[in-house]
Ligand binder design. Structure first.
Ligand code: DLL
Length: 439
């Protein structure tokens, strides 16, 4: 794929002067907010109440280490809203992300949380070139997923125009890009590549579009993918990161220098730990990211273990922001897969299979990216008595499995039924996933 548009440039702009706090100011602000967080939730959130937390021992941001971790399993134990720290009537919005089972993890936002969230998204959008005169096409799902609405209100906060195209329907995305001439694309990186590919297949030169910048996140990607996206769409591509439990998109994002994603650390304390010992790792060493939400009202979390592996960097950035930066996410400490931006746990597929008569609990999830989009095949063993020569019966079974998996994960997967005893058996931990993607 070749670019027919020259590479655009983005000015170094900062949305909020707070992104340039001195180290001392930031540390004071974080410590103060940490104390107030603990005071707010110590008696209000049942999970934290059991730890009898006290704020008076919290003098510096590092004192966060005196507090307990929170995990996805803890959220699950308190399903659906046990972590809520404000009255139900003060909640303005709910979102959710995939749980390790059929039930999602719900998160909630107060009015102030929604305003803060819009601001955080505005910060990374502006850091990556967005200006009020631009038009932004948002190709993220609008729904429980935080991507669509999160970015939407961030763009609105900046004052740019929005095309809420939502995800999928590539032909319509292209029509909108051609006819409404958005300068900015918001999507997952793999969808951006897919769009580029379909443009090329249809002989549409990227230069005939107005695209200049792309803000991509929600799934892991690589520098190689960035180069391919930039070359094929003729844009500058920026990475942004977040997770629903912490707020959604807006936890961190790149500036024009693109040397890591600036973490909005006036709102979040970040730690990077060794997932085995739970001790901090030195900056520059890969570890699991852990976030404490300092200002969230409805759904505050202390030391939330993300399972995302990355590296922290506190060296100065030429853009003038003084915030800690994180590298790309290079892996996970659990078995969560991200399929077309959607989080999927093998345990969800197992649960779907359990709902369908005739399947054995032996399966293998195979993930490929034949072109630019992820495809999943689930190989499922059929129970001995249920394996049939009748095509129609096997077809119905495939459909039932496909439907059960779709209703839990929201993703259509190819189902491959295999004869009893054909999948590999494991003496130790079963290998359920074969990920053939090269990103
Ligand atoms: O994916 C929030 C988001 C939406 C971020 C849109 C950016 C843009 P969840 O659905 O809860 O939230 O999934 C969170 O996705 O723990 C990471 O594993 C992964 N992830 C998100 N952004 C990135 C990124 C949203 N830029 C999970 N690079 C996180 C790598 C990412 N992984």
């Amino acid at each position: 794929m070749t670019a027919s548009a020259p590479q655009p440039v983005a000015d170094n702009r900062i949305w909020d002067p707070i992104e340039r706090l001195s180290a001392g100011e930031r540390s004071d602000l974080q410590a103060d907010r940490l104390r107030r967080l603990v005071e707010r939730i110590a008696d209000r959130v049942p999970f934290y109440k059991s730890f009898k937390l006290r704020s008076d021992s919290l003098r510096t941001p590092d004192d966060v280490r005196r507090l307990p971790f929170t995990t996805k399993a803890d959220l699950r134990m308190q399903y659906p809203l046990g972590f809520l720290a404000i009255p139900r009537e003060s909640v303005l919005r709910y979102h959710g992300s995939s749980g390790t089972t059929g039930k999602p993890t719900f998160v909630a936002y107060s009015k102030r949380d929604l305003e803060m969230w819009a601001d955080l998204c505005a910060r990374f959008l502006v850091a990556g070139g967005l200006q009020p005169r631009h038009t932004v096409q948002i190709a993220f799902g609008y729904g429980l997923f935080t991507g669509g609405f999160g970015l939407h209100y961030g763009v609105e906060r900046v004052g740019a125009a929005i095309i809420p195209a939502a995800s999928g329907n590539t032909e319509r995305q292209i029509l909108l890009l051609q006819d409404l001439q958005a300068e900015v694309l918001v999507s997952t990186p793999s969808y951006a590549l897919h769009l580029a590919e379909v443009l090329e297949q249809n002989g549409i030169a990227p230069g005939s579009l107005a695209l200049k910048f792309g803000h991509f996140g929600g799934e892991p990607w690589t520098e190689d993918m960035r180069r391919r996206i930039e070359a094929s769409l003729g844009i500058l591509a920026f990475n942004n990161y977040g997770l629903s439990e912490v707020i959604g998109p807006g936890v961190s994002g790149e500036c024009v220098y693109r040397t890591g994603m600036h973490i909005q650390d006036d709102h979040f304390i970040v730690e990077c730990i060794n997932p085995e010992t739970l001790e901090p790792v030195p900056d520059g060493t890969p570890g699991e990211l852990v976030f404490t939400t300092l200002t969230k009202e409805a759904f505050p979390l202390i030391r939330y273990r993300t399972r995302d592996i990355a590296v922290l960097d506190r060296s100065p950035c030429p853009c003038g922001r003084t915030t800690t930066r994180m590298s790309r996410v290079t892996g996970r400490t659990d078995d969560m897969l991200i399929i077309r931006g959607v989080n999927v746990f093998p345990s969800q597929i197992e649960e779907a299979l359990l709902r369908v008569e005739g399947t054995a609990p032996h399966y293998l999830i195979e993930v490929d990216r034949p072109g630019t989009l992820d495809e999943v095949t689930v190989h499922v063993e059929v129970r001995p008595g249920d394996f049939s020569d009748k095509m129609r019966e096997m077809q119905l079974l495939r459909e039932r499995i496909g439907h059960a998996i779709h209703s839990i994960t929201g993703i259509h997967m190819r189902i491959d039924l295999v004869a009893p005893q054909t999948l590999e058996r494991f003496a130790g931990k079963a290998k359920r996933v074969q990920d053939n993607r090269r990103t």
